[in-house]
Design a protein around this ligand. Structure first.
Ligand SMILES: Nc1ncnc2c1ncn2[C@@H]1O[C@H](COP(=O)(O)OP(=O)(O)OP(=O)(O)O)[C@@H](O)[C@H]1O
Ligand SMILES: [Mg+2]
Length: 391
């Protein structure tokens, strides 16, 4: 088919032509957004799922819903080399600048800017081009202890937003890169704002292993946050993800062909996009058939091997590669740490630091104590196919 009309979007964070199977989630986010704006209580959420399941796309969708509902939004991706305070500073500054134009919010916004200035001082944030021309507010957000200062700062921002009749939605992608104290501080602060009825909502997304929380943050998180699981699509959603974009372009695909795509992709969103994309390009006529799917699979796998899978493998050191190859050799996960150690002829303890580094890189995670698994769906078969000569 004409490549120019190809509707599929196999690329990280790209809006899919059909956002299939996520209606309930989107609805619950929408309700929370509308309730918070009206000063009612609702829960913040952290979406948890493996690589390529559609977390970023959902966060983007939620941001748009928030914008459509009079929220101001700040979307950040947690990097592994900067801290949360640095990340939030310019975003909050931007929100306050918007509020500073609202007559009814001028006083509170000014106070919030002063808190932000204190915060920047306390965390030695190099303000660069984002400087604030107000004096710091002594005693507010200036202790240098993130947990306390975030509460002060969010409180000031929440009051400013409230006096403008607006709300603020903070969205953070890749939350697994936040440190444990940062995530805890964030959860506690969001919870406090909720208790005070201030219009602040948080949506996070990350790999399932987000730092096991502790203490106060843990009990808040368990009771007061939602942790929806973002996984593979069920068969009917996966079928819709393939079929509807094709039909929107006034082409068609046979049921058998759709079933074959669901089977090879196991319903994982990224893989669905990749297969849809390749089938479209390869098919000469419509409806697309099983033969088209079979031919497209060769290209789809090659593209995934050279891109989606490869970039993750490339980030590992030779020693770390040994470790993941030992996992793949054991079959599909989850894997017991002791089995991997046996496979490598080493002890679990000596391997501990190596395992921790691979977890830190977001390549593997620990679904249960002592177990590990890949964060990338079908990664073990990628490794076998490319490095172990046994598919
Ligand atoms: N509900 C869906 N239906 C169909 N395709 C989807 C859906 N959600 C996401 N996709 C597609 O899947 C791919 C991955 O989406 P996205 O980048 O949001 O995943 P992710 O979970 O953020 O991955 P990562 O953990 O690697 O950041 C994109 O090509 C996107 O278009
Ligand atoms: Mg993402």
């Amino acid at each position: 088919m004409d490549e120019i009309r190809n509707p599929f979007a196999p690329s990280a964070g790209s809006q899919p032509p059909e956002l299939a199977g996520r209606d309930d989630l989107i609805r619950s986010a929408e309700i929370a957004i509308q309730r918070i704006l009206r000063g009612k209580h609702d829960r913040s959420q952290i979406l948890l799922g493996l690589r390529g399941t559609g977390k970023t796309v959902l966060l983007n969708k939620i941001e748009n819903i928030a914008l459509d509902n009079d929220h101001m939004t700040s979307f950040v991706e947690a990097p592994d080399d900067r801290n949360l305070a640095e990340l939030l500073y310019p975003k909050i500054h931007q929100v306050l600048r918007k509020l500073s134009f609202v007559e009814d919010a001028k006083t509170k916004t000014h106070a919030a800017l002063r808190s932000l200035r204190s915060f920047a001082g306390a965390f030695k944030i190099t303000v660069g081009d984002v400087s604030i021309s107000v004096d710091p507010q002594p005693g507010s957000a200036d202790s240098g202890i993130l947990e306390y200062d975030l509460i002060d700062l969010f409180f000031a921002v929440g009051e400013a937003a409230q006096s403008a009749g607006r709300a603020w939605t903070l969205l953070i992608d890749e939350v697994q890169y936040l440190s444990k104290p940062e995530l805890s501080a964030l959860i506690v602060a969001i919870h406090r704002m909720n208790q005070k009825g201030l219009p602040i909502l948080f949506f996070g997304a990350g790999l399932p292993q987000i730092a096991a929380l502790s203490g106060e943050a843990k009990s808040y998180a368990e009771r007061l946050f939602l942790f929806p699981k973002i996984g593979a699509l069920n068969d009917s959603a996966a079928a819709a993800a393939i079929r509807l974009p094709i039909e929107d372009e006034e082409e068609s695909i046979t049921n058998d062909a759709v079933a074959d795509i669901i089977k090879v992709t196991e319903g994982y969103p990224y893989f669905l996009q990749e297969w849809g994309f390749q089938v479209w390009n390869i098919a000469q006529t419509s409806p697309f058939t099983r033969t088209d799917v079979k031919d497209a699979s060769i290209n789809a796998l090659r593209r995934l091997d050279e891109g989606f899978f490869r970039v993750r493998y490339d980030r590992l050191t030779p020693k770390e590669r040994e470790y993941v190859l030992a996992m793949a050799e054991l079959g599909d996960g989850p894997y017991k740490s002791s089995d991997i150690a046996d496979q490598l002829g080493e002890s679990v303890n000596t391997l501990g630091p190596r395992r921790a580094k691979i977890i830190h890189k977001g390549m593997i995670y620990s679904p249960e104590h002592g177990d590990v698994d890949f964060t990338v769906p079908m990664f073990a078969s990628y490794l076998r196919r490319n490095f172990l000569d046994k598919a």
